[in-house]
Design a protein around this ligand. Structure first.
Ligand code: KG4
Ligand code: ZN
Length: 332
């Protein structure tokens, strides 16, 4: 049975996991750095890199111990090689290179976005290519047609902020702390989504791209006006964001050709209102909807290990060379 060790360190989660060819997460550990970054209201790259450097090696040892295996039992070591905060990415990639070299195990450099893009197939054995993918995280906001491993056609991206970033900025404006997405979702559950008039940027545009900067500014103005309760602002923001996503997806789905399944991945895919709206949209298009469980939506190493399994199983697989570079930017 194929077994791959995955390593993730591109933002503020340090994570290691072992995943097998039967989609089983054999072991996984994850350490969030929320406490380190909270005083600064966002991720501080230098602090993140240092925290990864301290935690990663013992974490990898722990995951191997949890599973009762050694590196010799692994068919590959898959590590995020970008995009992300370069210091953190280097910690994970260099660790993977050292382990690969020492144990003579193939190295697979994974694009973090590919990890998110394939994560729904780890959770759902029925999910076949091609599928329509909404990839929404703190750094990215894209609509893709996924035709196979390594075969991604991007139909839409954001011209300014990512959706997760918009949630995080709204949380900051409302004083909800960091990370913002889950806090906004919790507060929104107690508010009125129709209470605050907010714009729906790009809605009606013929191209499926996103923009959230104007929505964030409107949230700021609504808050500063003193006229609205924070829970109503949170609920109205969340609804405006969801309306934008659904409108943009309608345009993209019309342009991408027939696909049977609509899929969401990335940190914002953990949001229940977003998931519900997508499920409804899929129903309208007679499409199936699937989303990974929330713990596989936010950054984790199981999705990186799984992307490694998928790459390993491709015809003509070749390991990546030990001199491969970490990449701060790396479009899919
Ligand atoms: O995928 P991810 O963990 O890291 C990146 O690759 O960026 O995504 C993190 C983003 C953050 O912006 C966070 O606020 C957002 O996902 N997020 C959420 C929720 N959980 C995480 N946004 C809305 N609702 C949530 N429940
Ligand atoms: Zn991510």
């Amino acid at each position: 049975m194929t077994l791959v060790l995955g390593i993730e360190s591109s933002c503020d989660e340090t994570a290691a996991a072992l995943v097998d060819g039967n989609r089983r997460i054999v072991a996984q550990r994850i350490a969030s750095q929320d406490e380190e970054h909270a005083p600064f209201g966002g991720v501080v790259p230098e602090i993140a890199a240092r925290a990864h450097a301290e935690r990663l090696a013992p974490m990898i040892a722990g995951v191997l111990e949890d599973a009762g295996v050694t590196l010799d039992d692994c068919d590959a070591i898959a590590a995020t090689a970008g995009p992300g905060l370069i210091g953190g990415v280097m910690v994970g990639l260099v660790s993977a290179k050292a382990l690969a070299m020492a144990s003579d195990t193939p190295l697979i450099a994974i694009n973090h976005l590919e990890g998110h893009a394939l994560s729904p197939r780890l959770a759902d054995a029925e999910l076949a290519f091609p599928y329509a993918l909404l990839l929404v995280s703190g750094g990215h906001c894209q609509i893709l047609r996924v035709d196979g491993v390594g075969r991604y056609r991007r139909l839409a991206t954001t011209i300014d902020d990512a959706l997760g970033e918009a949630f995080d900025k709204t949380a900051k404006i409302l004083g909800l702390g960091f990370p913002g997405g889950p806090a906004v979702e919790r507060l929104a559950a107690t508010g009125d989504a129709k209470a605050v008039p907010l714009p729906r940027p790009m809605v009606g545009s013929g191209e499926p791209h996103f923009s959230f900067a104007g929505l964030k500014s409107a949230v700021m103005r609504a808050h500063e006006s003193g006229k609205y309760a924070p829970e109503d602002i949170a609920a109205s923001f969340q609804q405006a964001a969801v309306d934008c996503v659904i409108d943009r997806l309608r345009i993209a789905l019309a342009a991408m050709g027939p696909v049977e399944t609509l899929v969401v991945a990335g940190g914002v895919a953990a949001n229940a209102t977003v998931r519900y709206a997508l499920e409804t949209l899929a129903g309208e298009h007679s499409m199936r909807f699937t989303a990974p469980p929330p713990r596989l939506c936010t950054d984790n190493a199981a999705m990186i290990a799984w992307a490694g399994v998928e790459r390993l199983q491709m015809d003509g697989f070749a390991p990546d060379p030990l001199d491969i570079s970490a990449r701060p930017r790396w479009p899919l």
